[in-house]
Write a new protein. Structure first.
Ligand SMILES: [Zn+2]
Length: 487
């Protein structure tokens, strides 16, 4: 048995002003063959799962490149083609292989390629032929296209949002692919297209119970795997939308019926699928009405993990109106301000302009005399089993507010963003994180309450108001008519 594994991933917000080039991949995560670390990343957990199975089962594992760019705007054509061809050349050299496993994201868009993953998988299939088993792990915030499904045998997305289960899903993918190659099972994928943009989170209801229930349905009655594709609304491509994918052991009718019934459940969540999202002023007032602290405010739409800058200042301006409220905010992306703080040094006071640089949707910059309370050459924080670098960073104090400034864009996955710079969150009334949902596992244990905030941008937040030109119509909430499309 010969198994090939590779990973090429980012999530492209086609409305983001930040272009994605090869350096964006190399700066974030780039491991050439044999150099993948023993810790998984979000989209390369397939490497760790494949290594474990290779050691246990004794098959030959051939590793290709693994790379990831922090979500941002359109990927340059030569960047995508270069990385794609690098992996396809590795696959060509590895062939013949019995199994190919890809760790992808599913929402990469490049100049000239609206469906990068479909393109990569179709080209891979052309190299290896119809008999090799192709397995793909995707993020549920993907655009599941027909080309992706047609070019592969097994597609599995993470179930959890926040994504706490990427390694678990990778292990499942390996298991199903290996059993397929040994002809123990015949996976058949059934996809139901909900004709809706209906993403939700699973750290609270109603998403939580649905995920618990679909996990209980797997592994019996011919159901091998169930994936709910939430979709990624911040992209103007044809395949945006929510879909349900059920893999059965040779029972497509059963798979379709189950996918349709689960799709109906997701649509029935309606407006309850996401928590209420007050404005910055309302959110601060709500937090102040809660006794004790800290209350964690998630700046949901300025989440670098969704492709935006992470430099918006709306929450800072709001907090500066409450000079008596002890607060902390992070991580705000501002490499220029970080370099100024490093030059001034810890303990220095300086007049600093920070935040609000990338686009009008980032809000006005903040100007003030700040104290640099700490600096670090590399701010590294955990996210589940992986480690994420926010690069050189600094902590500054302005009034009663501490702000963590980072030089690399990454969302605020963990309280170590603050702790590693000496900020004790337990003494704060309000903690603002730049994250849509992945902060939750790390921050929930110390939070008195969690409030999701709508600062109005820059993600863009409301799908009904996004100026799509390519999305397949009709689709909810853009159009009133919507019906299931059973594949
Ligand atoms: Zn995601």
């Amino acid at each position: 048995m010969r198994v090939f594994v590779a990973s090429l991933a980012t999530e492209t917000n086609t409305f983001s002003p930040i272009p994605t080039d090869r350096r964006a991949f190399e700066d974030a995560f780039y491991a050439p063959p044999g150099h993948h670390p023993e810790t998984p990343t979000l989209c390369s957990a397939t490497f760790i799962a494949a290594r474990r199975r290779a050691r246990a089962d004794g098959f030959t594992l051939i590793e290709g490149t693994a790379t990831w760019a922090e979500p941002a705007g359109l990927v340059g054509r030569s960047t995508y083609e270069g990385l794609r061809n690098e992996i396809l050349d590795q696959l060509r050299a590895a062939a013949p292989v019995d199994v190919v496993v890809f760790g992808l994201h599913g929402a990469m868009v490049a100049d000239g390629y609206d469906d990068c993953e479909g393109d990569l998988l179709a080209r891979a299939r052309a190299i290896i032929g119809p008999d090799t088993v192709v397995g793909v792990e995707l993020d549920p915030h993907c655009h599941l296209s027909d080309l992706m499904v047609d070019s592969s045998n097994v597609v599995i997305t993470f179930k959890e949002v926040p994504h706490t289960d990427f390694l678990e899903r990778a292990e499942e993918l390996l298991d199903i692919c290996l059993r397929t190659a040994r002809r123990e099972i015949t996976p058949v994928m059934s996809v139901v297209d909900c004709r809706a943009i209906a993403n939700f989170i699973t750290s609270r209801e109603p998403g939580r119970s649905l995920v618990d229930r679909i996990k209980a349905l797997e592994g019996r009655d011919a159901v091998l795997s169930i994936s709910i594709i939430h979709g990624f609304p911040a992209a103007d491509v044809y395949d945006v939308g929510t879909k349900v994918l059920v893999i059965t052991d040779g029972a497509p009718e059963k798979g379709r019926a189950l996918a349709a019934s689960l799709g109906r459940e997701v649509l029935a969540f309606g407006k309850n699928r996401l928590p209420p999202m007050p404005t910055p002023a309302q959110a601060v007032a709500e937090a102040l009405a809660i006794s004790g602290g800290p209350v964690v405010l998630a700046d949901r739409w300025d989440n670098p993990g969704g492709g935006v800058a992470g430099d918006s200042t709306f929450m800072i301006h709001e907090l500066l109106k409450h000079g008596d409220v002890s607060a902390a905010l992070g991580a705000l992306w501002d490499p220029v301000a970080v370099s100024f703080c490093h030059a001034a040094g810890a303990g220095a006071k300086l007049a600093l302009r920070f935040g609000g640089k990338v686009a009008p949707s980032s809000g006005p910059p903040v100007d003030g005399v700040v104290e640099v309370t700490a600096v670090t050459r590399d701010l590294i924080v955990p996210f589940e089993q992986s480690l994420v670098s926010l690069g050189a960073a600094a902590a500054i104090r302005i009034g009663a507010l501490d702000v963590v400034l980072s030089s690399k864009r990454a969302q605020t996955f963990h309280p170590d963003v603050f702790r590693n710079l000496g900020i004790d969150l337990t003494t704060r009334k309000i903690v603002v994180v730049k994250s849509a949902s992945h902060f939750h596992a790390g921050f929930a244990p110390l939070a008195k309450a969690v409030i999701y905030v709508n600062c109005g941008g820059p993600y863009p937040p409301d799908p009904a108001k996004i100026p799509y030109t390519k999305i397949r119509r009709p689709i909810l909430p853009l159009d009133e008519i919507a019906e299931f499309q059973v594949r």
